[in-house]
Design a protein around this ligand. Structure first.
Ligand code: SF4
Length: 536
């Protein structure tokens, strides 16, 4: 494991006049008055470079090449007003570990200084007591990430801290911007020095180069110039900011811990499951196009963008988010239960058992079983202790990766007609291995049911998907896929059915681009949506 430490003095000083939002709910539609006076700019100092120390993790062989799942790229958390903000951020990231397992970071501020530590590995591997002790302050932001391999992985780990003309700013970002090329080139022409290749840094550079008179205006100005998906948390030495893109692709919620006789601790997190571990109460979601600021004086909010139709990622409900989280106005558990029920109504088949592909298929399978009246059984057992690295046997056995993670319960499956429930088929190779495994354990029939429509197009909004040429459903009919995966029958949930299962409060709209190819933004990578060059 490598750690990257950044400890700095802050150069940003600001005075501000704020209208603090009182009471429990911060009405998002109240636009506050923000007035910052920037002092102490230091245009001459270049941003400090990374400082690598230590190489702590044992070497091993990555499992990722056999990983069948689409991967979320990030989870973010922010804490304001807690004496041990770093530890709170650590706990929040721990609860969000499912959103990214390859790197994590925490930045803290104590009103004067801003410290930042990032590393490769799981949150609990990086942030030991000794490391947390190096992160003083009552404010923190944190980030956990799935990233690419290579040296750039640590450099692009977040939070990213930029020493800018507006002072020190740390940023942690979930999502993906889609109009980067022109902006980055323009910024570089204007003298921007990029520390990373991460699109998150572009937001900070836009802030640094903004002509707006106040920091909060500069942030709003910058956010309105970028397109794509971003749920971000930012921190200066004395303030926390949180914002969502105008379409609200990725979730971000606000919670608080009540402190008797003292101001509340305010928390932002990608998912509400983080609040439970922190014993915080959920207040509401950060709205699409909203910028929230937290200072000593309280919480203020403004809509920096409005009138854009919401397009929240529906795949968060299908797979990414934890079932114990509430996102986009509804519980993920409830959505998945409904998906299973709807699937049973749309494509029921006579069978003896409903078996989930663990873990993400479990909730939908319970819904399917209840709706169909067919018994639910855990016929596949997942090894929860398979790490990111393992020692490979000398001679690789067939389907080794899947067999390492899953094992069939032979006495349950033998002689049975089995309905397998999973949340997606990406390339098809893993689904085929699982179907073979269940049949190899003695199942008489194997019927695969998928709790979302066929994935036919890649994602450009923060989910790591293969290009179209590698998505089996983009290149084969459902019957061809059935034959390929060797199932007795195959059915997907309809798009209408999925939308019905995830219906949120009024105005909640969803991105369904990976099922339809209709992207809510203009900017997509044409290379990735070309038809398959070679049939699978
Ligand atoms: Fe989510 Fe799919 Fe849209 Fe990406 S393309 S944001 S995975 S619904």
């Amino acid at each position: 494991m490598k750690l990257l430490y950044q400890g700095v003095e802050n150069q940003f000083d600001a005075t501000q006049s704020l209208v603090a939002m009182k009471g429990t709910g911060f009405s998002p539609y109240i636009q506050s008055v923000h007035k910052d006076v920037l002092k102490g700019h230091d245009f001459s100092r270049a941003a400090s470079g990374p400082n690598y120390t230590g190489a702590l993790a044992p070497e091993g062989i990555s499992l990722s090449s056999d990983d069948p799942k689409l991967r979320e790229e990030c989870g973010v958390v922010a804490i304001h007003g807690h004496p041990d903000a770093a530890r709170q951020a650590y706990l929040g990231l721990y609860a969000l570990q499912h959103r990214g397992q390859e790197s994590a970071g925490i930045a803290t501020a104590d009103g004067q200084r801003l410290a930042n530590i990032k590393g490769m590995g799981l949150v609990s591997e990086i942030f030991t007591d000794d490391v947390l002790a190096k992160l003083p302050g009552t404010m923190a932001i944190g980030h956990t990430r799935y990233s690419t391999t290579g040296d750039s992985a640590l450099l692009n780990a977040q939070p990213i801290r930029v020493d800018s003309t507006k002072g020190l700013i740390a940023i942690a970002h979930n999502g993906n911007l889609v109009n980067l090329g022109n902006i980055r080139a323009r910024l570089e022409r204007d003298g921007a020095y990029f520390q990373t290749t991460s699109d998150s840094e572009i937001i900070v550079q836009l802030i640094a180069h903004s002509r707006a008179g106040t920091l909060v205006d500069a942030i709003a100005d910058s956010l309105s110039q970028v397109d794509g998906a971003f749920s971000i948390v930012m921190m200066t030495r004395d303030r926390i900011f949180a914002a969502r893109d105008p379409r609200g692709f990725r979730p971000l919620s606000i919670g608080r811990i009540k402190n008797p006789g003292a101001p509340d601790t305010i928390i932002f997190a990608s998912e509400t499951c983080a609040f439970d571990l922190l014993r915080a109460e959920y207040i509401r979601d950060v709205l699409p196009g909203e910028l929230v600021m937290v200072t000593e004086d309280g919480v203020t909010s403004r809509q920096y963008s409005s009138g854009v139709p919401q397009s929240s990622c529906i795949f968060e409900h299908v797979y990414f988010a934890r079932p114990d989280s509430r996102i986009f106005g509804r519980w993920v558990q409830e959505s998945r239960d409904q998906m299973g029920r709807q699937l049973a109504r749309e494509s029921g088949v006579p069978a003896d058992l409903v078996v989930p592909v663990p873990d993400s298929g479990v909730t939908a399978a319970l819904g399917y079983a209840e709706e169909s009246g067919i018994r639910f059984r855990l016929g596949l057992i997942r090894n929860h202790y398979v790490g990111r690295t393992f020692i490979e046997p000398e001679q690789r056995v067939r389907d080794f990766g899947v067999r390492l993670k899953l094992n069939p319960v032979r006495n349950l499956l033998e002689g049975k007609r089995v309905i397998l429930i999973d949340d997606s088929i990406i390339r098809g190779t893993t689904s085929r291995k699982i179907v073979r495994m269940v049949r190899g354990a003695g199942a008489k029939e194997v019927h695969l049911r998928i709790s979302c429509p066929p994935t036919i197009s890649p994602c450009f909004y923060g989910v790591d998907t293969p290009s179209k040429r590698d998505l089996i459903a983009a290149n084969k009919s459902i019957e061809e896929i059935r034959r390929y995966i060797e199932a007795d029958s195959l059915a997907y949930l309809s798009l209408d059915g999925l939308l019905k299962c995830c219906a949120g409060p009024e105005h909640t709209g969803y991105c369904t681009a990976c099922y339809t190819g209709n992207y809510p933004t203009q900017w997509v990578d044409a290379e990735d949506i070309l038809p398959a060059a070679v049939a699978l």
